[in-house]
Structures are given as structure tokens and as C-alpha cells.
Write a protein that binds this ligand. Structure first.
Ligand SMILES: [Mg+2]
Length: 456
């Protein structure tokens, strides 16, 4: 289909929230209750039935703010052709991040999430127009086409377009081999987080872990940070269940000061932990570097990234040698454009990309991203988080194979489409769930998710 003949004609933005907190999904030491939510954008086009879908993620309250931000950006594309936007996606990204609205918070905050939703819709439409899953659209780019989707502003001190081209051309030589692995669902090993939510009882964690081991998982991530005694007890039996070969990761979701993180984690060093995730403020680049240097002699690494809002922060985390895994979030950066820039920088610094995908729909999107990383950019197998909730709500759901690898997406697009029936129940505030007594209680509690204050 000729992209120059596809015109963006109108859009809708909907607020959809699933009451995930009722199953303890997503509970961690910082968030007592979270409802996986999307600011859900759809563009209709001049081609009958061809719709571009993009969304960004929120955790319940605040999703109305996200939807408002998307509504402020989305009109910019009306009347444009797909061809004019994809001719140079780096320029399209820069334009979306320019103008009066940039003042609100340049390339970060809720407007960055809105930019992500708008650009996700463009990428989804592009891939649908080409009748390819998004990862394949990108894998079929020439190195020159790949580089053209990136805005290199602020990056050229560590990565220039010329250096990126050289890296991509080098990987081109062996790309066909990795493409075959992708087509055989063998490009992206999975790791399991579903067992590790903080709200689960020990028995529930044990049961879920045993299942995960049977499913072929070898990497497991657990929430921690409830006190040394509690953590030692839980991590101790987790180690028992997953055996010596199981690779353990621990996530505390930002609760510590820098020195506190160092002291705490030293005392868990005998358990064998690959990395501590989000030990402190996600903005504290030098703090992460200090923790990493201090824990290195104990055989433990540091990871962060799910709250890193743009390529500049990732650049600095890499420059400061602050992380052992780049945990980019597909809904936190400015869509595929900016993600590709981060993949390239990570490969240049030799740090594996282990995307964050603990929320609804993130696995759907990240299975494209991790496939691109392996096939096109790094050429090295990494791992991708797999959580088993809410896949059934998607038109093209993510899945894992019996061997514990992610199924490579096959449906054209960016796997963003949510089944229409979900909106009748979960659109906020008028879906049947949110109109129910329980839904009303939850939505009207201004302290929902706050320890000691939540009343619903
Ligand atoms: Mg995390």
C-alpha cells in the first residue's frame, strides 16, 4: 500500500484501566496497589478499516492526565499522510517534541508518554500498511533506513550516525542467521516475574515458581525490600526451588538511599543474585554508579531503566558505568524511534538490553523490541521479562514457548490492538467494572496505592 495515499483523518483517546491490584499483580514496596492502564489512541485513516493504534501506560490514577496529554498532541497528525511522517521518522519525533508544549517538560514526564502513544500509532500503522509485524519492518530496513528513524540530537558525543551505520553494517553480515532463529521463536529467552509480586503469600510464590521452572524458565525476578529477615527467608526458599543454576534478580522499586542499598544488598550476597533493580531514585545516575562499584566485589550487579524517560539519561547511565542491564521501557521513551537509539548505545557500551515488561501489554510490544535488538543491533541473545497477566485482552497476544522463549510476533503491526469488548467493562469511568460498587470505591479513593493511607 502506498503510504502517501494513507491520510490520518480522525482520532479517539480512551482511558482503559484493568483492576489488576485485586489480584496483587504489580505490587511492590513502592506501590501497594496498581491498576494497569492505557491512554489508548486510535487514528482512523482514509483507507477503510486501516487504523493506527498506540497507547502509553499508567498505573491507575493519573491515566486521565495521560489521556489529556495525548489529546493535546494527537491533532498534529490530522490531515498528514503516513508517507510524509515516515519519510524521516527522526524529524517526525523532533517535531512532535517541539512547539509550545515542550515547555511543560522537555522530552520527559507525561508529555513524553503522550509522544510515545502518538508515535506508537504511527509505527503500528506503518507496519500494518506494509503487512509486517513491526520487528520485521525494522529488520528489513537497510542500515541507512534504520539510522534515519533516530533523532541523534544530544547523542553525538557518544554515538554519531556514521558510527551507528558502521555497527549496523557489521551486524548485517550475520543477520540472516539470526532472522531464521527469530522465525523459529528462538531469538528471545524469557524470564519470569509473575511469581515474585510482593503481595503473594510464600505458598503462592512457591507454587508459581514450581510452575515456572516446569515451563522452562531459568531466570526469575522477585520483589524485595521488606526487611532483611523477610527477604532472606523468601529468597532462601526461592533459591531452593530454582536450584543452583537458576538466575535470580531482585527488584525494590526505588525505596532506598544509596548507602542503604549497598549495606542491605551486601548482606544478601550469599544467595547469589545477578542484579538489584531500581535500588534508589531512578534519576540518581551517580548513585547507581556508586552502588554498582560497591557491590561488584560481592558478585552483584545493578539494573535500572523502567522510569528512564529519554535517551539522554540512558547515555549518562552507560557513560557512568552505572548499570549491568539496560531496562528500557517501551512506553517510557518516545516510541520505537528513541528505543532504537538506546539499543545502539547499549550495544556500543556492551551492556545487555533487558527490557522492563511487567505491566499489561508491555510483553506484546517488547517482544518486537528484543527481537530487533538480537537480529539487527546487538547480535547477542539477552532475556525479556514475561508476566502472564492480561494477554487475553489483546488481538495479537504475546506468548512463550515450551522452551521458555518468547514467541516472535507474526501479526502485522505493533501488537497494540486491544479487543473492543474490553472497553465495555474496563473503560474508565463508564465501563461496567468502574460503575460497580467496588470500582467506585477504588476510583474515588485519592490515596489508592499509598501505604497507610489507602481506604478502599
Ligand atoms: Mg522493576
Amino acid at each position: 500500500m502506498d503510504p502517501n495515499s494513507i491520510v490520518f483523518t480522525s482520532f479517539t483517546v480512551r482511558d482503559i484501566r484493568w483492576p489488576t491490584s485485586l489480584d496483587n499483580i504489580g505490587t511492590d514496596p513502592m506501590n501497594l496497589a496498581g491498576e494497569n492502564s492505557f491512554g489508548y489512541l486510535q487514528y482512523t485513516t482514509s483507507v477503510d478499516g486501516l487504523v493506527g493504534t498506540g497507547w502509553s501506560f499508567a498505573n491507575g490514577q493519573g491515566n486521565d492526565v495521560l489521556c489529556t496529554a495525548i489529546k493535546s498532541l494527537a491533532p498534529r497528525l490530522i490531515g498528514r499522510t503516513l508517507g510524509s511522517l515516515i519519510k524521516n521518522m527522526g524529524v517526525t519525533q523532533r517535531k512532535l517534541q517541539s512547539g509550545q508544549i515542550r515547555f511543560m517538560s522537555p522530552e520527559r514526564g507525561v508529555l513524553q508518554l503522550a509522544t510515545c502513544a502518538v508515535l506508537n500509532a504511527v509505527w503500528d500503522l506503518w507496519a500494518k500498511a506494509e503487512k509486517k509485524p513491526l520487528w520485521r519492518l525494522v529488520a528489513d530496513f537497510t542500515p541507512e533506513e534504520f539510522v534515519r528513524v533516530i533523532d541523534f540530537r544530544y547523542l553525538s558525543d557518544v554515538l554519531t550516525p556514521e558510527q551507528a551505520l558502521e555497527m549496523l553494517r557489521e551486524q548485517e553480515k550475520t543477520k540472516q542467521d539470526r532472522l531464521k532463529e527469530a522465525l523459529a521463536n528462538d531469538a528471545v529467552p524469557a524470564y519470569n516475574t509473575s511469581a515474585g509480586w510482593l503481595g503473594h503469600s510464600d505458598d503462592k510464590v512457591r507454587e508459581l515458581l514450581v510452575d515456572a521452572v516446569k515451563q522452562g524458565f531459568r531466570h526469575f525476578k522477585l520483589k524485595a525490600g521488606l526487611g532483611l529477615e523477610t527477604d532472606r527467608k523468601r529468597l532462601g526458599f526461592v533459591r531452593e526451588v530454582v536450584g543452583k543454576e537458576g538466575i535470580l534478580m531482585v527488584d525494590v522499586n526505588q525505596i532506598w538511599d544509596v548507602d542503604e542499598a549497598i549495606e542491605y544488598m551486601k548482606q544478601l550476597s550469599d544467595i547469589g543474585i545477578w542484579f538489584i533493580e531500581e535500588p534508589t531514585s531512578p534519576d540518581d545516575i551517580l548513585g547507581h554508579a556508586k552502588i554498582r562499584a560497591a557491590l561488584k566485589p560481592y558478585g552483584m550487579g545493578v539494573a535500572t531503566g523502567e522510569h528512564v524517560n529519554n535517551r539522554v539519561m540512558f547515555k549518562q547511565l552507560l557513560q557512568a558505568k552505572a548499570i549491568d542491564a539496560v531496562q528500557l521501557d517501551a512506553l517510557r521513551l518516545a516510541s520505537v524511534n528513541e528505543i532504537l537509539a538506546v539499543l545502539l548505545m547499549s550495544a556500543k557500551f556492551g551492556v545487555p538490553v533487558v527490557p522492563h515488561s511487567g505491566g499489561a501489554g508491555m510483553v506484546e510490544l517488547c517482544s518486537h523490541i528484543s527481537t530487533i535488538d538480537y537480529v539487527v543491533v546487538s547480535g547477542k541473545k539477552s532475556i525479556l521479562e514475561y508476566t502472564d497477566h492480561l494477554h487475553e485482552v489483546f488481538e495479537a497476544p504475546a506468548a512463550v514457548t515450551k522452551n521458555g522463549t518468547h514467541v516472535t510476533p507474526t501479526v502485522p503491526g505493533y501488537s497494540c490492538d486491544v479487543k473492543e469488548a474490553q472497553f465495555a467493562e474496563f473503560e474508565c469511568p463508564n465501563g461496567t467494572f468502574w460503575k460497580s460498587e467496588m470500582g467506585q470505591k477504588m476510583v474515588n479513593d485519592p490515596w489508592r496505592g499509598t501505604l497507610g493511607e489507602q481506604t478502599s
